[in-house]
Design a binder for this molecule. Structure first.
Ligand SMILES: [Mn+2]
Length: 338
């Protein structure tokens, strides 16, 4: 197997020789994919590349502070002539090509495609593929890439990467956090990041509507499977009546893991579907050694062992009971010391 340093060298070489970079974030973007995208496009612009950052969905309000003076393009489809034969396409934090623009699946580019990600189930699309399942965020990897490159790291780039890092590892609190996560933070703080400033940007940006939405979920919190699992849900009416959108639920599911004894949690939310048809998205979280991905996979989803998701086209009450059954089944095989 190829050494990861060789892969980094290959990616740095490609980025150096390319005149244009197209950086792609995944659908329903989170802090990790957006932070990495912002850092790379700012870096590209600093290196006199033509750098564009695009995403199939708009940026949630809580990450808008990252985009001061820089654009996130949200096109229906990517321009056909960009980045062109002398360019490079870089997908960040994107486990499957279906989670980004259709051109990635159809390989409709005249230039190489680089895939940088930390999802263990990444389908390894692209010409140069770098996957580190041990990284707590793709931001960890992009920081390493830039550190190895000799390009230096400007403060605003480091702030975007620090945002990526802490939004994916829960401010160094998740199981995925390692010594390396902290070493990367040191690199970013050395480049001028104020941890307090970024934490404030991320944490102190709620609205009355978001609190009301969360309240609706929380009053429905249901503990089951001998206290090991918990679930709650939100309907389209909950979103419309609180004037919120689905991105107000990012990390909401983690609240359930704060119930003492709960090892696996799920949030089910109704999403607006086409032609009035309802879709339900489930976000699952687990504490090791429990495995949220195993449950998501049963319903055609995927993700990390401790954070996964799946989408249903059945009604929400059916989704809740299906998940309760599967989660109960999944955790019942475990015997853990209390
Ligand atoms: Mn990530």
């Amino acid at each position: 197997m190829e050494n990861h340093r060789d892969t980094i060298e290959k990616i740095v070489g490609l980025m150096n020789t390319s005149v244009s970079w197209l950086v792609l974030s995944h659908e329903n973007p989170d802090g990790d994919t957006l932070g990495c995208g912002v850092a790379l496009t700012r870096l590209g612009t600093r290196l006199s590349k033509k750098a564009i950052h695009a995403c199939p969905d708009p940026c949630p309000a809580r990450y808008s502070f990252l985009f001061d003076g820089f654009d996130l393009r949200v096109p229906e489809n990517l321009p056909e002539d960009f980045p062109g034969p002398e360019g490079v396409v870089i997908c960040v934090d994107t486990s499957t090509s279906a989670r980004t623009f259709p051109q990635v699946s159809s390989r409709n580019f005249m230039c190489p495609l680089v895939n940088i990600d930390h999802h263990a189930d990444n389908e390894r699309f692209g010409d140069v593929v770098w996957i580190e399942p041990m990284a707590s965020a793709t931001g960890e990897m992009v920081t390493e890439l830039i550190s190895e490159s000799g390009w230096g790291l400007r403060k605003d780039e480091a702030e975007a990467l620090y945002t990526a890092l802490i939004s994916d590892n829960g401010g160094f609190s998740f199981e995925s956090t390692t010594l390396k996560s902290h070493a990367v933070a040191m690199t970013l703080i050395e480049a001028g990041v104020s941890p307090n400033k970024i934490a404030e940007e991320l944490n102190s940006n709620l609205s009355e509507g978001i609190l009301n939405l969360w309240g609706r979920a929380m009053v429905r919190a249901t503990v089951f499977a001998d206290g090991r699992c918990a679930i709650f849900w939100l309907t389209t009416e909950d979103f419309s009546q609180t004037e919120t959108t689905h991105d107000a639920t990012e990390n909401l599911v983690n609240f359930l893991l704060r119930i003492k004894g709960v090892k696996m949690a799920a949030l089910c939310s109704e999403m607006p579907g086409s032609e009035g048809e309802k879709r339900v998205k489930a976000s699952l979280r687990a504490l090791a050694p429990f495995n949220a991905r195993e449950v998501a996979v049963v319903f055609g989803g995927g993700g990390h062992n401790l954070a996964s998701g799946c989408v249903f086209s059945t009604g929400i009450s059916e989704v809740v009971s299906l998940l309760m059954k599967e989660m109960t089944h999944n955790v019942s095989g475990f015997h853990i010391d209390k």
